[in-house]
Design a protein around this ligand. Structure first.
Ligand code: FAD
Ligand code: SF4
Length: 457
């Protein structure tokens, strides 16, 4: 008989909405060993293929089962430079755990929480790096794609310099994902480890303004661009310029990066709503809603499709519900109402059309079904696109909205420039990391043989 999956303990919902500490408390040693002992050690482990960076899952789990978290972490480290981050924010239910053989027999192994345990309790191995040659690489952006590419190239023995626009490293891991999901100490430790591999980090360097990509190419042999997609979309509906309408980017950056939740101890303020409506159904919407809750607001999430289509991680939707956040689904905003400040939001009910040829059901408005939700704050979390500043003075081919066009090796229209992560349509931390790894291999091949197929339009 297959044993029951062990869920990691977490803070009680009524307590955690009154603090900013991490919700998940992580496994005890006994729980980690018990959960690890559920793994069947499959000879053909499908879970590994489900992981975009191909962590040797059965091997690290075997080490945990034997009570050896140092060994477990060292196995993970071989292919994953940010294990503490991935163990916390990866959508494992769609990746490794979705492929786990135990899923078909009941419940998948809790791979994410075991990875978190190994990272929190194991000691990182400091690798011995052999210097390769004098080639230098510039990395733009310190999100998961940039950090991973930088670390892999440094491990290959290259000299790497990373340029970050903000004063702090980590990208979305620092300014977007909340402390209660991903403590900033974890991100800082992972960044410090990457620095210890010899990566030089230059903060407050906006590529496109401080230096242009072309200038980087004069000083470096190759460039990797991992500058993400940090410019918010708005809905283009009346009332979006009223006071107390925030983009999720601004709301989360003020809180996470500038520590506005500790104003006036920190100088950046944040407006606190009594009744907040968050628009969107992804991780960004969940994070905004759960922060607004912790700042003392009643919170409603408005999403135009049904729960089944919500792109947020299942665990975070469940956490949001436990914390008392209301969900108004199959609903789309039509205007934000108020004089000078937000007083409410007018919405229309939606229904889902029949599936189109890609199997996607489109939300369609139901005529004359408008209604108003009273609120004094609105947070728009409907997606982001790349910031065009980066491309200033560059001839790199890109889509209209600024996403860079790359070939299968993540090489852009300039053969010495590679790109990955959200700037090439990524949408998860692990996808960005997978791109960082792929680009590092692409750069290596380019240096070695210069035989990567030419960029095709
Ligand atoms: P980013 O993380 O966006 O980093 C880009 C970096 O480049 C930033 O530091 C930026 O300041 C810098 N930069 C930008 N322009 C320039 C420039 N011109 N010069 C120099 N530097 C520049 N994914 C998950 O897998 N799980 C989750 O739970 C999850 N939650 C999320 C919650 C929020 C609030 C958000 C916004 C996203 C979330 N995501 C989640 C998505 C995930 O964080 C991103 O897919 C991932 O961070 C993309 O990595 P990246 O390296 O491409 O870019
Ligand atoms: Fe273990 Fe599941 Fe991977 Fe099999 S598929 S090795 S049971 S984690």
């Amino acid at each position: 008989m297959i044993k029951q999956r062990i869920e990691a303990p977490k803070q009680e919902a009524n307590k955690r909405i009154q603090n900013f500490d991490e919700v998940c408390l992580g496994y005890t040693k006994e729980q980690a060993i018990e959960e690890a002992s559920r793994c069947l050690q499959c000879p053909k482990p499908f879970c590994v293929n489900g992981c975009p960076v191909n962590v040797n899952i059965p091997k690290f789990i075997k080490a945990l089962k034997e009570g050896n978290s140092d060994k477990a972490l060292n196995i993970i480290q071989k292919t994953n430079n940010l294990p503490g981050v991935c163990g916390r924010v990866c959508p494992q239910e769609e990746q490794c755990e979705s492929k786990c053989i135990l899923k078909g027999r009941g419940q998948a192994l809790n791979i994410g929480k075991l990875e978190r345990y190994a990272s929190d309790h194991g000691k990182k191995e400091v690798p011995i790096i052999e210097k390769k040659d004098d080639k230098k690489i510039a990395i733009v952006g310190s999100g998961p794609s940039g950090l991973t590419c930088a670390a892999d190239l440094a491990l290959m023995g290259y000299k790497v310099t990373l340029f970050e626009a903000l004063h702090k490293c980590g990208g979305v891991l620092s300014y977007g994902i909340p402390e209660f999901r991903l403590p900033k100490k974890i991100v800082e430790d992972e960044v410090e480890f990457i620095k210890s591999l010899g990566v030089e980090i230059k903060t407050n360097q906006v590529i496109g303004r401080t230096i242009e990509v072309g200038e980087l190419l004069e000083k470096y042999d190759a460039v990797f661009i991992g500058s993400g997609a940090g410019t918010p979309y708005f809905m283009s509906i009346p009332g979006e310029s009223l006071n107390n309408v925030y983009s999720s980017n601004e709301f989360l950056t003020r809180i996470n990066l500038m520590k506005a939740y500790r104003f006036p101890e920190y100088v950046t303020p944040i407006k606190k709503g009594n009744k907040t409506v968050v628009i969107g159904g992804g991780n960004v919407a969940m994070d905004s809603a759960r922060w607004a809750k912790r700042l003392g607001s009643n919170v409603t999430v408005v999403y135009r499709r049904s729960e089944e289509e919500m792109p947020a991680r299942e665990e975070e939707i469940a956490n949001a519900k436990e914390e008392g956040i209301q969900f108004v689904l199959l609903t789309n905003p039509t205007q934000i109402v108020g004089n000078d400040k937000v007083e409410g939001i007018e919405c229309i009910q939606m229904m889902l059309s029949d599936a189109d040829k890609d199997g996607r059901r489109k939300p369609v408005p139901i005529e004359n079904s408008e209604f108003i939700i009273e609120c004094d704050q609105v947070i728009v979390a409907i997606g982001q696109k790349p910031n065009p500043l980066l491309l200033k003075g560059s001839k790199l081919q890109h889509e209209e909205e600024g996403y860079l066009i790359v070939n299968e090796h993540l090489q852009t229209s300039d053969k010495r420039v590679f790109a990955g992560g959200d700037i090439t349509h990524g949408d998860t931390v692990i996808k960005a990391m997978g791109d960082g790894k792929k680009a590092a291999r692409g750069i290596l091949e380019w240096f070695k043989q210069r035989k990567i197929v030419d960029f095709e339009n």
